[in-house]
Design a protein around this ligand. Structure first.
Ligand code: PHE
Length: 498
């Protein structure tokens, strides 16, 4: 217990109560925060109760202090000077200034005229009184200096107008004994120890009550980024539908896997520098090991194969070997399907990972984003399976009543864009792109003719922004992301995506 707490308790013990700490010599000069701290902790133990008391305190300004020190207000000094001359002679302004100094003369004359102690007589200033009047203003200032106030509020206002006093509020406390009042503070135990139980001392001890209201300190911990939370939700949906995750942990691909295997012709605009990031080092990769597949791809592009007439252009191996930052995770799907061709059987595969596109960056686009992609391989599956599956898949996210619109992808035919009605926005929004992979792609890999593969993709950012109410993608990805946002945002639930 602090010395101050001891003194407060002793004073209460002696006087029964403290009306205002400001009136008690030993407390009045103390900083009010120091007093409050001492009282709050005593009050927490119910030893005292206290109430804050605000009191007006009037203080002398520097000007007023000078008058008090001089023992006279300027008006009195000026009258005194004039009265020092033989009756009726008076003084010139210059003489007064000489006698009492310029600033005193300036203030003093004005006040003395007002009080009708002096008057002007030609260029002389003469007295209207025979003797020095009482210096009431000085008396008032002295009273304020010792008591902090005056009985007469009007006088205070006058002094304030004259800028001789200022008002401040000072804080004191009324203190009374509380139910647990005592001169000593009991040391309450915070924890029961095994010793106390063994030697039985717990029976005599008093324990500090538990505070069930206190929030406690949050332990420091890592936090998942919103994109990771939504990704995890998608993963769980995929797993619940029997999917296996594809190994998508590579950001670079060759043009071959990113484009050629997907029947994207080498002149396709998506392969332009403006759309795709090409690597400088290494700029090219080795040829894929599967020579037959490599040849099949060349043929299907150049001359046509598997019942397709192809694109009929000279297919260049160099173009195919250029290294790119993958523009879609479908490059991974292609590699996995190529592997599947060694031992074809129905599979469901998915990936959720990062892709890169050389795009103009704005509030909703970055040069990199994440794709959620799924492929289903099965014998004789049809577009009806694709539509049915999409309804199931998005149904898991509470999104019903999908609409499909014919679209175009070089690697799927038919291709369908998937739309859903966004109640919040009051309009149809595109939520994915899908299609049945082309025979030019699948048969070149060596998959059997009646093994069909459907696939679809969507961005991870879009649903994440919807879920977390983020309208600018830069608040979600990049150096502008607030760590606080990442640390405090709740888990995502995809059961109601839109
Ligand atoms: N790759 C497509 C895209 O980037 C998505 C897609 C995947 C479409 C698989 C059809 C089949 O939008």
């Amino acid at each position: 217990m602090s010395d101050l707490q001891h003194r407060l308790l002793a004073r209460l013990d002696a006087d029964g109560k403290i009306d205002n700490t400001l009136q008690v010599d030993e407390f009045k000069a103390l900083d009010s925060q120091q007093l409050q701290a001492a009282l709050t902790s005593l009050a927490a133990k119910s030893m005292v109760t206290s109430t804050k008391k605000e009191t007006d305190q009037w203080n002398l300004t520097d000007e007023a202090k000078r008058y008090v020190a001089a023992g006279a207000t300027p008006e009195i000094e000026v009258v005194k000077a004039v009265l020092s001359k033989p009756a009726g002679e008076g003084m010139s302004v210059a003489e007064i200034q000489e006698a009492v100094t310029k600033p005193i003369a300036a203030v003093g004359q004005g006040k003395a005229f007002k009080n009708k102690w002096l008057k002007k007589d030609g260029d002389r200033i003469v007295a209207l009184v025979d003797s020095t009047p009482t210096d009431t203003v000085l008396d008032q200032l002295n009273t304020i200096a010792s008591t902090g106030t005056l009985a007469d509020a009007k006088e205070l206002q006058e002094l304030k107008k004259r800028k001789l006093v200022t008002l401040t509020k000072i804080i004191g406390y009324q203190v009374e004994k509380g139910p647990e009042f005592s001169l000593e503070i009991k040391q309450l135990e915070t924890d029961i120890t095994s010793d106390m139980i063994v030697n039985g001392t717990w029976k005599e001890k008093e324990f500090k009550p538990l505070n069930f209201v206190s929030e406690g300190i949050y332990p420091q911990s890592g936090a998942l980024h919103p994109l990771n939370k939504v990704k995890e939700e998608f993963r769980q949906i995929f797993f619940s539908m029997g999917f296996t995750e594809m190994p998508s942990n590579q950001y670079t691909e060759t043009g071959f896997w990113n484009f050629d295997t997907l029947f994207v012709p080498q002149q396709h605009p998506a392969r332009d520098l403006q759309d795709t990031f090409y690597l400088k080092d290494p700029a090219v990769a080795k040829k894929p090991e599967d020579e037959t597949y490599w040849k099949n791809i060349q043929q299907v592009h150049q001359e046509g194969k598997y019942g397709s007439i192809g694109y009929r252009y000279p297919w260049k191996a160099e173009e195919s070997l250029r290294m790119v930052l993958r523009t879609h995770t479908t490059a991974i799907s292609a590699a996995m399907l190529h592997k599947l061709a060694q031992d074809p059987k129905p599979v469901r595969l998915f990936s959720i990972d990062r892709v890169f596109r050389n795009e103009a960056v704005d509030a909703t686009h970055l040069a990199e984003f994440h794709q959620v992609e799924g492929v289903i391989a099965g014998y004789d599956i049809t577009l009806g399976d694709l539509i049915g599956f999409m309804e199931d898949f998005f149904g898991k996210m509470g999104v019903d009543g999908l609409r499909f619109k014919a679209a175009y992808n070089p690697y799927t035919e038919p291709s369908l864009e998937i739309f859903a009605y966004h109640k919040g926005l009051g309009k149809w929004v595109e939520i994915g792109n899908s299609g049945m992979f082309r025979p030019e792609m699948l048969e070149a890999m060596g998959l059997p003719k009646n093994m069909r593969v459907l696939g679809w993709g969507l961005s991870l950012e879009r649903p994440t922004m919807i879920k977390y109410g983020v309208s600018n993608i830069r608040e979600l990805v990049g150096h502008k992301v607030s760590l606080d946002f990442v640390e405090t945002n709740p888990a995502a639930r995809l059961d109601e995506l839109l």
